[in-house]
Design a protein around this ligand. Sequence first.
Ligand code: C5P
Length: 227
Amino acid sequence: LPPIIIAIDGHSSCGKSTVAKEIAQKLSYIYIDSGAMYRAVTLFALRNNIAGNEQVDKQKLIQSLPEIKIEFRFNPQNLRNETLLNGENVEEEIRQLPVSQHVSLVATIREVREAMVALQQQMGKNKGIVMDGRDIGTVVFPEAELKIFMTARPEVRAQRRYDELTAKGQQVAFDDILANVIERDRIDSSREVSPLKQAADALILDNSDITRQEQLDWVLQQVASLT
Ligand code: C5P
């Protein structure tokens, strides 16, 4: 099978990146977490007082876009992909709640999206890539050979995110996480530019009640059925 593009979209915190990473590893494909790019832009905005208190200064952020450089680097020491913001590893910081609470607002800005989509398309030009996000199958790679739309019940998603953050020693409240998951879905699905929606040709994967291994097997079956 020649290299293909696999687009994985879906709701917040439903394990898109876990599945995407595993598939990429199995197929020796590149994995790109498009959400990390919006998160890095958001961190830049928070640090420069362009965002805060659940607000974003849209004009200032658009003006700052040329100063924001986002890259990914594979760290052979811990075998992890790291997100770099102007050369600094911000992988941990972009996962924290302040970024999560502002990122969906930042992601409504058309100019921000245009810059990110251009980068993403560049990364996928040779195919052999798994990318996860909200608009990958609809906007970034409408020609992707395999499109998957992932979802799970909000409480299940919040519990997984809660377990993940508390395992890292972060003090978080379950209700804050659940509220954030629901609010991000709301903003992502209702925004004007590239809203989160299932592509007409996407396959649905609801993973509320199935294991990681079952998901992986299911996706690999879909890949195999393309041959
Ligand atoms: O995937 P993740 O939850 O890390 O994404 C963070 C946020 O970035 C999403 O809630 C959404 O607002 C935005 N996003 C987006 N388009 C993408 C990926 C993420 O709008 N392709």
